[in-house]
Design a protein around this ligand. Sequence first.
Ligand code: DX5
Ligand code: ZN
Length: 216
Amino acid sequence: MSVKIAPSILASDFANLQKEIEMLNASETDYIHVDIMDGVFVPNISFGIPVTEAVNRHANKPLDVHLMITNPDQYLSAFKEAGAAIISVHYEACTHLHRTLQAIRQLGCKAGIAINPHTSVELLKDVIKDTDLVCIMSVNPGFGGQKFIEQTYAKVRRLKEIIIEQGTSTEIEIDGGVNQQNAPLLIEAGADVLVAGSFVFNSADPIETIKSLKSL
Ligand code: DX5
Ligand code: ZN
């Protein structure tokens, strides 16, 4: 099965968001990655629930919502209502992660955990059965266009082993600094979903860029 591609609209032209979504609809995009930043969990503010809802009105691909926020529990149902198909919360932002993952599934969404670069995949062993996706951050969250962290490959390989050991169908997603050079190595290590922001939206032909990542 080919790798899934999840372009991050953080790198899109917000003044032409409808056009950008229509472009993604016409491409081989698998998920539309929606980066929510609250200025507290991460040192940046992106956009929130009304913008997610507006994106969903035009999108014909599932929304993969990445919550870089504190107290995500408080907003899960609002993001479900806004159109999220997948909701990922940060391991580092959840005191009762098991409960949060269950709450996401109870809403009818797929449940994801995102982990910062400093967080070991070993910490996920006790909750992996409660996940549909793990998002390994390959940059420090908060900004697009940062440099890929090389340690990510080893994390992907180890997480793949844990998933196989436990027999779950959890997808491994990589988020941050993904490009044509590291994508084949990530796929080889076991990545199922590649998020790509600036690499897609700053390219001359985003539809073609998505196609070329997908064909790796
Ligand atoms: C970083 C976000 C990423 C980001 C990826 O905080 O979670 O999804 O938009 O952007 P690029 O691909 O430009 O690193
Ligand atoms: Zn993201």
